[in-house]
Design a protein around this ligand. Sequence first.
Ligand code: ZN
Length: 268
Amino acid sequence: MTSPAPLVDIGANLTHESFAKDVDAVLGRAHAARVATLILTGTDMAHSEQAAALAHRHDGLYATAGLHPHMASHWNSTLESAMRALHTDAKVVAVGECGLDFNRNFSTPAEQERALEAQLGLAAESGLPLFLHERDAGPRMREILCHWRDDIGDAVIHCFTADRETLHGYLDLDVHIGLTGWLCDERRGHHLREIVGDIPAERLMVETDCPYLLPRNLPAKLKGRRHEPALLPWIVREIAHWRGESETTLAAATTTTARRFFQLDEEQ
Ligand SMILES: [Zn+2]
């Protein structure tokens, strides 16, 4: 499906091994679907460097650079210096993915908070926006962001899946919200359908988080495949439906918001 207006996929894990063999074909399909601008997610040093390198090879591609909370136990001063250097790369447009994940706790909460605080410091230093991951850690994330609010610039909670109270807590802090195909999932996305209309258009962006989270509203012929940026229009269709607006309106608004948030050049 082709989007009625150009889209920005703000969370594409194209350095994931599942894209190693056919990334050019994936980008070709994304272009055809009018998803020509992608923010590639960096989840650790190696993947952040790979994402930046890939972004340098293609117009319309940008990268984030950060350490995911799952890997937070690896944070140290050497890594911090390397991240600081990568944040000066012209194609690196955000600090992250960083944050808190108290759902799986692959790193301890204390390790996660330490790595997050350090990366908030890097964002404050560089002036770059933040690409944040939060799962089952809303109250603590809000406290930490509250503390840093005056020092950091824009921030987005990517793949937002929490409840109305958490949503409004973030909106009150002027934090942006990234939505994935989670709300296409009739098993666990119901609560999101009722609250997506609360997000102001200028605070809302869209993402695939591919290859994870294949949307469940795909037609039969597309089911069971790998998720990729070309499928973002299906997610936009679902979000637009639950917001009671047209796909064109939502696509245009999220693209305007993403271009401003990541300070992308109009030419790209
Ligand atoms: Zn994430």
